[in-house]
Design a protein around this ligand. Structure first.
Ligand code: HPA
Ligand code: ZN
Length: 324
């Protein structure tokens, strides 16, 4: 099965570029930028990667990304991800980035986007992998901050495929961002949001009905609501499921209890993704292998999930497909 998975062409639709920052690169960038990290070495830092909740992880994730200062840093980060993804036979990726995690530290939006876009162009040339960007809003911040971030993105709107919503979920429902999502939709951004990772099924309903998303990131807790499951199945709404993330953040106790099996049985449109691979112990093939082993998935199911990934993407032959 491992060889079958390795050879399978795959799409990745839920990857936070800042979550692909491996400790070794983090230490190299810290040295380049004269930043002191609170752990003695990359190995020591890795030992601190024991999370019991999303917030536990986010605290370390925001601290880690603070080594990203220059355009070259963002370039190096994204090119490293693209090389790893290409080695997993990922042919196409839609990559999240968190501009507010950088602008809040005084790094210009332009610095972030220019570094990432240059890496995407080189990644295609060097590794043959195509990729686009989805800008995520941090939901623990307010909607005014989100609106200002969308303003910063508008000059680049032809080069940013979509808008997403991430960070601390509970207490920050999708409806908090109703206006900014509506405006982004009018500007042609494709819309997605994290919902039902830790938050209740109501948040998934809001992502669909208030924000008008075209994909739900995670969506695990949708299974608690039968009517919601019917809706997701009827709409063939893609869910970007991230098994090793769910395990690392204690959303499941063990992978054999992962809801993916039930999602498939319920006819949901599931895709597999790595979320924050540098923190959660594996890139895309590791996620496929982990669920194939734990849930006893066969080649037909694994192949179907990989095809779902391409079908749920916003790609088109000649570039990215914005909303008309
Ligand atoms: N959930 C919410 N926000 C995030 C995540 C996640 O898994 N990764 C990076 N930001
Ligand atoms: Zn995520």
């Amino acid at each position: 099965m491992d060889a079958f998975i390795a050879k399978l062409p795959k799409a990745e639709l839920h990857i936070h570029i800042e979550g692909s920052l491996e400790p070794e690169l983090m230490y190299a960038l810290a040295a380049r930028n004269n930043i002191r990290l609170p752990y003695a070495s990359a190995g020591e830092l890795r030992k601190a990667y024991a999370f019991s909740s999303l917030q536990d992880f986010l605290d370390i994730y925001y601290q880690g990304m603070s080594v990203l200062i220059t355009e070259q840093d963002f370039y190096d980060l994204a090119l490293a991800y693209l090389g790893r993804a290409a080695a997993d036979n990922v042919r196409y990726a839609e990559i999240f980035f968190d501009p507010q995690g950088h602008t809040a530290r005084g790094v210009a939006f332009e610095t972030v986007i220019n570094g990432l876009l240059r890496a995407l162009a080189d990644g295609e040339r060097l590794f043959g992998i195509r990729a686009h960007l989805i800008m995520c809003l941090l939901r623990h911040l307010d909607e005014d901050d989100a609106e200002r971030t969308l303003d910063l993105a508008l000059p680049y709107k032809d080069r940013i495929l979509g808008l997403g919503l991430d960070s601390s979920e509970v207490g920050h429902p999708p409806s908090k961002f109703k206006n900014v999502f509506a405006r982004a939709g009018r500007e042609g951004f494709r819309l997605v949001a994290h919902a039902g990772e830790e938050g209740p099924p109501e948040y998934v309903w809001e992502a669909l009905d208030v924000l008008g998303v075209e994909r739900v990131d995670h969506g695990n807790r949708a299974l608690e609501d039968k009517e919601l499951v019917r809706r997701l199945a009827a709409d063939r709404m893609p869910l970007t499921v991230c098994p090793l993330s769910n395990l690392a953040l204690c959303r499941v106790e063990a992978l054999h209890q992962h809801p993916l099996r039930r999602m498939l049985d319920l006819g949901l449109n599931v895709t597999l993704n790595s979320d924050d691979p540098a923190y959660f112990g594996g890139y895309l093939n590791s996620n496929y292998q982990a669920v194939a082993d734990a849930l006893g998935l066969g080649r037909d199911e694994i192949g179907q999930i990989a095809r779902n990934g391409f079908a749920a993407s916003f790609r088109s032959k000649d570039g990215m497909t914005k909303r008309g």
